[in-house]
Every structure is written in C-alpha cells, then in structure tokens.
Design a protein around this ligand. Structure first.
Ligand code: S5P
Length: 476
C-alpha cells in the first residue's frame, strides 16, 4: 500500500476512535472550537500506534540525521518510543518538572552537548508546548532544530516554531484531514467550511511566556562549533583543536628569532595557535617569517599576531599590510582594539579582501585596573556582529561576554606557578578559565616560555586545558 493510501487509512481510523471530533467544544481558555483533537486515546489502539509510527518514520525520521528523538510529554511519548526503536536511535525524555530530589535533571538519557535532537509532538496549535521542550533541550547544550508532528492545526504554531529556528514537518494539516473526511463521508462539506472559517479567524498568538533560550556555546564541542563558524580562520582553529586535542595558544614573547623558532620546534606539536608580538623582535627578517610559516605547516598550528591595532581605519590598514612587518601577508589572524570604532574592522576587512584571515577583537583585558567598562564590552560585541566573515573571536575573560557559538573566546592570563607578575598581569589556573570563565583557547606565555623545561610544561598545560574542556562539554 502506498504512503498516501496509508495516510488516508490513518485519518479515517483517527476519526473512528474519536481522536478527532467535530462539534462545539469549550477549551481551557473558555473559547469554543468546532474541531477537537484528543490523541491521548491512541494508546488504546496498538494498530493505530503502529500506523502512526511507521508513517512518521517513512515521512521524516528515516531521512533525519538527528542523534536523538524526544517526545513532548505526554501524548507523544509512546510515539517517540516506537520511532526510537524503528530508527534504532536513542531517545531522550523531558520531565515536566525537575525531580525534587536526586539529580534535578530535566532531560533524562545519555547525551553529549552539541548532539542533535528531533522533537516529536502530536498536535501543534501555538507551538508553545514544542518550544518548552526545545528550550529545555537547548539549555543542555543540545541542538533542537527539527520537529515532526502528527497534526498541524494551522493556527500559527508552525510559523512560531520556524521563528524560533525549529523546522516542522507535519503528517497532516487540518485542511488535509478535512479533505479525507469529506471524501469518506465522515464530515459534511458545510462542517469542513465552518472549520476552515474558524481557523482563519483564530490564529494563535505567539506565546509570550516561552523564551527562546540561547544556546550555551561553552557546552558545545569544537567539532560542532566548527560548523557554526562564519570566519574561515575560526573554522580552521576549531578543526585543529578537535584534531590535535589542544586548546593551548603559546605566546612566544621572546626577542630573538632563533629562540622563537627553536622553542616552536620543540613544542609546536602540542599547540593550536602561536601568538607573536613581532615588534619586540630585535632581528626580524623575511626569512624568520618563512621559517615560522614552515613550522606552522609542519606542526599544524595557526599564527596570531598580537598587534592590538587601535588607530583610525586608514592608519590601521597601512599598519596591517605595509611597513617592515607586512603582518597581513603572514599572520592568519590579528588582535584589534574596538576603541577607534567600526572603522578599524572596516579597514582590515578591505585589506583582507576575501583572503582567509581573521580578527580577535579585544573586549576585555586581563590586567589589573584596565579602563574597559561594561558598556564598552557590550558595544564591542555589537560592532563585531556586523563583520561575521572577519571575526574569529574575542579576547576576553568572561563566559557571558558573548554567546555566538561560532566565535572563539581567547583568554590570556593563565599560569600555574603564580597569580600575578608584579606589573598588573593577573593569572588564573587552566581549570578556572575553561570551566568558569568560558575560554575556548587559553593563552600561556611566561608559564611555558620562561620555564626551565618548556617541553615538559607545554604538555602539562595542554593536558590540563584539554581535560577541563572535555569535562565542560561532557566528553569522556
Ligand atoms: O588582556 C590581555 C590580552 C592579551 S592579548 N592580556 C594579555 O596578557 N594579553 C597578552 O597575552 C599579552 O600581551 C602577552 O603576550 C600574553 C600573556 O603572557 P603571559 O606571559 O602573561 O602568560
């Protein structure tokens, strides 16, 4: 039997078991409706459950690349269960209220942040119930962007869900059901018209109580975030981090080229990014740049020139591409202050001109007594949003500074040995900056560079930082 025929049979069965009724019904809100769905009754009809799940499977689940299925409690739970078995995909269960004792978990089941979830629901009116489940799922760092439903009541719910980035596929709409019912003589044409008229005049308003919880970027894996990044350097960095299992950036604040190259030869395999201050080098040459790039290729790390551009756009574009250093030629990304305003990003964007380059914008600093204010931080994040192609991430100290999971939080001020340097620098531990402060990449300078045995130290930092990241995203 073809899909459409099966769909027709299911519609007729739903009518016959009173899962859909026509008449005058008073709803919870006190308003009346000429059509009423009660799909809870399907649990009494195994053949209907079977038909629904096999049709939903054919129609949507089979072609979905989701990692989990999750039914909206309660009516959709048995359907989600059957679909999970058919698709051989694990299920998640959302509690309506967190347990008062024990783990207080809202989502039951084993999962990892960044995995995708297909939501299963029986009837969508305003979309509010689906959104409640979506929001709880997103709070766990999971991705919920698709839903499959049995009936769309065509009252604005699907649109509401799309606006919240949930794509909905429905087996039936009320219109498609009415067509089948009229064809099979279950309802009269007049009733069908009355229902259609009712729907036209009763579009559900967006549920104001349901907030679309933003995704917590710190719960997502670097693999997932690679896909969410717009800037090619951010994509590459996420990829390198995931592949090398390193979220360590080494700040090679040394003044001789041979010392820098020698250090990188020894520790390059353990880092994802090297950060330079090219203007402190006393014997800078083109050959240094060539050798630096060779090491970057050999060990698979990127180069960040920490120039902290902070002038008017025109000057910055000259500083970026001209002079002794010609930074734009060799650095994959650079640091930039937002102080001069948007012009600085505009200038670099024009200089880059489509080549794969990136910018880390300074939103905060690690030094004691710095003059950055909360408003400055907010405006910095706002201006960055206008340059998604250019922005690799932010240099900042706080998880809450920005939320875009496609951007990278680069956090300096990390050391195991001490808590400051006597010149205003403030140090945190690897665990604190990854787990509490939300860093994606930690910048370590003197903690490694000034160590007696940098090869040993680099491994200690890399392992501590990676362990903290793995704990953060719930990876084993
Ligand atoms: O807020 C900041 C921003 C930066 S880029 N605080 C910082 O310390 N940095 C840089 O990170 C600083 O210029 C130096 O190169 C590095 C930290 O080095 P460390 O030796 O103190 O670890």
């Amino acid at each position: 039997m073809g899909f459409d025929k099966k769909l027709e049979n299911l519609a007729v069965k739903l009518f016959e078991i009173n899962a859909v009724k026509f008449g005058e019904f008073v709803m919870k809100s006190g308003l009346t409706t000429p059509v009423y769905f009660d799909l809870r009754v399907i649990v009494s009809y195994p053949e209907v459950l079977d038909l629904i799940s096999s049709l939903l499977y054919e129609f949507s689940v089979k072609s979905s690349s989701c990692d989990h299925l999750c039914g909206v409690p309660y009516t959709a739970l048995p359907i989600a269960t059957l679909l999970s078995v058919l698709a051989k995909k694990p299920m998640l269960m959302r509690r309506k209220e967190a347990k008062a004792y024990g783990t207080k978990k809202l989502i039951e089941g084993h999962f990892k942040a960044g995995q995708t979830v297909l939501i299963v629901e029986d009837v969508v009116t305003s979309g509010g119930s689906v959104l409640e489940t979506v929001n709880d799922i997103r709070k766990e760092g999971l991705v919920a962007e698709e839903a499959v439903v049995i009936v769309d009541r065509q009252q604005g719910g699907v649109k509401n869900l799309e606006a919240n980035n949930v794509h909905v596929k429905s087996l039936f709409t009320i219109s498609s059901l009415l067509e089948i019912f009229v064809k099979h003589g279950k309802v009269t044409k007049e009733t069908a018209e009355k229902v259609k008229e009712y729907l036209k005049n009763n579009q559900a308003v967006k549920e104001p109580t349901v907030a679309d919880a933003p995704v917590d970027r710190t719960k997502l894996t670097y693999e997932k975030r690679e896909k969410l990044a717009n800037n090619p350097i951010a994509k590459k960095l996420f990829n390198i981090m995931a592949t090398k299992k390193s979220n360590l950036c080494l700040s090679v604040d040394l003044t001789s080229t041979s010392k820098i190259l020698d250090l990188l030869t020894r520790v390059g395999e353990h880092i994802c990014l090297v950060k330079t201050h090219v203007d402190i080098i006393e014997d800078f040459s083109e050959s240094f740049v060539t050798q630096l790039k060779q090491l970057a290729d050999r060990f698979g790390f990127l180069i960040l020139e920490d120039r902290k551009f902070a002038d008017i756009g025109n000057t910055v574009s000259l500083q970026y591409s001209k002079g002794l250093y010609k930074i734009g030629d060799w650095a994959d990304c650079v640091t930039v202050h937002s102080l001069p305003g948007e012009g600085v990003l505009k200038a670099i964007s024009a200089s880059v001109n489509g080549v794969s380059k990136g910018v880390f914008l300074l939103a905060e600093m690690s030094s004691e007594g710095n003059l950055i204010t909360p408003d400055y931080i907010e405006q910095t994040v706002k201006v960055a949003a206008k340059y998604p192609e250019l922005m690799t991430g932010f240099v900042c100290q706080n998880k809450k500074t920005f939320s875009d999971p496609g951007l990278i939080q680069l956090t300096p001020g990390v050391q195991l040995q001490s808590s400051g340097d006597g010149l205003g620098q403030v140090y945190n531990t690897p665990e604190k900056i990854i787990l509490e402060n939300g860093a994606d990449i930690a910048v370590v300078g003197r903690g490694i560079v000034a160590a007696k045995n940098p090869e040993a130290q680099v491994v200690i930092y890399r392992d501590a930082l990676w362990k903290a990241y793995a704990e953060r995203v719930g990876a084993k």
